[in-house]
Design a protein around this ligand. Structure first.
Ligand code: GLY
Length: 395
């Protein structure tokens, strides 16, 4: 059961505001300057998960979950510039590394196949009919379903699939399952879709608390498949709502909704969105955990960018008579205005990131108050969605 959505406690906070097209175009211009800086250093190598003093280091495509975001940014840049081939050429040049990685199973003992293969290879297939990209993405989908547990009907996030102590799902995986919906569409084999949809329903059943805040991860009993308990990995505490997790819980359901048009996904989206909007500080950019609403804790601008993408998708499916629709439209504008006005790296010439003030993992002291590459990716996607409401998602 999805809890009833909380009401917006301060509707005046989401009052009408302008976000003119010229401002979005200016923001795109600034983003493209940074992407252009990265075309040469990150043609063969990839930006690290997070920056160090606002500068990404170079990584290989052999581990982690971050590479797809940079390739995806190149596809956004390609489309947003009216198909400038300089972006396409770098993106296509990276496809063999994705193919090799999944073929040779390099650093793929985890569930993040969607993050890696959707913005990179599925996009390359959708935009360019690149056959190697399609083959790589289908192999990634085949690999992802090896982590599916039929007893409990979920995809295990981390660790060895036979390790009983790793028998848990995490909210982030809602962004990995669109790879499976897509795989069923292109192969005609329903098995990917069934597992993805089961995973969505299992997640939706356990991951929300009665107040519509979300757990980060949820453990199950390996013998019976029964849900056990919610535990955080990157949030402040087991009782709090990690901001990026809540943002995955806003966008994730809408990605399932795009394929399934199911009421449960829409209900989950509304509940998680309202909780998120009720816990934003004055500048509309969440702290790293939603238990903080003022003070000196670091912000997570990446959570803001992810949530905006989800809310943009959500309002596409809401009636004009729906009172929440106006609030959501205004929330998008307030958050984007804040990101564009106060979170860009434009005044830091050495920075090769797009958005300042994100957090990778505060409990692990990793990437705190830095750029991160998924924040940059979802910010680009948000600009794309706002500049071209007819954009066809890579997801
Ligand atoms: N999916 C991992 C994270 O959001 O940090």
């Amino acid at each position: 059961m999805i809890p009833k959505k909380p009401e917006i406690v301060d509707p005046a906070k989401y009052c009408d505001v302008d976000l003119p097209r010229e401002k979005l175009e200016y923001a795109l211009g600034e983003a493209l300057k940074k992407i252009d800086m990265n075309l040469e250093p990150f043609a063969v190598l990839f930006p690290s998960h997070n920056s160090y003093n606002n500068v990404y280091k170079a990584d290989k495509n052999t581990g982690g979950w971050n590479q797809g975001f940079w390739t995806g940014m190149l596809w956004h840049a390609y489309e947003l510039t009216g198909n400038d081939d300089k972006y396409r050429n770098v993106a296509l040049g990276q496809i063999p590394s994705y193919y090799k990685r999944i073929k040779e199973k390099l650093g793929v003992n985890h569930h993040d196949m969607g993050f890696l293969y959707t913005p990179s290879c599925v996009a390359a297939w959708k935009l360019d009919k690149n056959k190697q990209a399609k083959a790589a993405a289908i192999m990634a989908a085949d690999h992802l379903i090896t982590r599916y547990h039929p007893t409990a009907k979920f995809i295990q996030a981390w660790g060895d699939v036979n390790d009983v102590n790793s028998f848990r799902l995490i909210i982030d995986c809602l962004l990995n399952i669109p790879l499976l919906y897509w795989a069923s569409e292109v192969t005609g084999d329903p098995k990917y879709d069934e597992m993805a949809y089961n995973h969505f329903n299992t997640t939706a059943d356990v991951i929300l608390r009665p107040d519509a805040s979300t757990h980060h991860t949820y453990y199950f009993d390996p013998a019976t498949g029964k849900p056990l308990k919610g535990v955080t990995a990157q949030g402040f505490s087991n009782d709090s709502a990690w901001s990026r997790g809540q943002a995955w819980g806003i966008y994730g359901p809408m990605l399932t909704y795009m394929y399934k048009h199911n009421d449960k996904a829409m209900e989950m989206f509304r509940a998680t969105t309202n909780y998120f909007l009720n816990h934003l500080p004055d500048d509309y950019i969440a702290y790293w955990d939603l238990c903080f609403t003022d003070g000196d804790e670091p912000r997570d601008s990446s959570a803001a960018a992810i949530a905006v993408c989800g809310i943009i998708e959500g309002v596409k499916h809401m009636d004009d008579s729906d009172p929440d629709k106006r609030i959501y439209q205004n929330a998008i504008k307030h958050i984007m205005n804040s990101l564009i006005d106060n979170y860009l790296t434009k005044d830091i010439p050495e920075s090769n990131g797009l958005l300042l003030h994100a957090v990778y993992s505060k409990p692990h002291n990793g990437g705190v108050d830095e750029c991160n590459i998924w924040g940059d990716y979802f910010y680009m996607e948000a600009l794309h969605r706002l500049l071209d409401p007819d954009w066809h998602p890579y997801w």
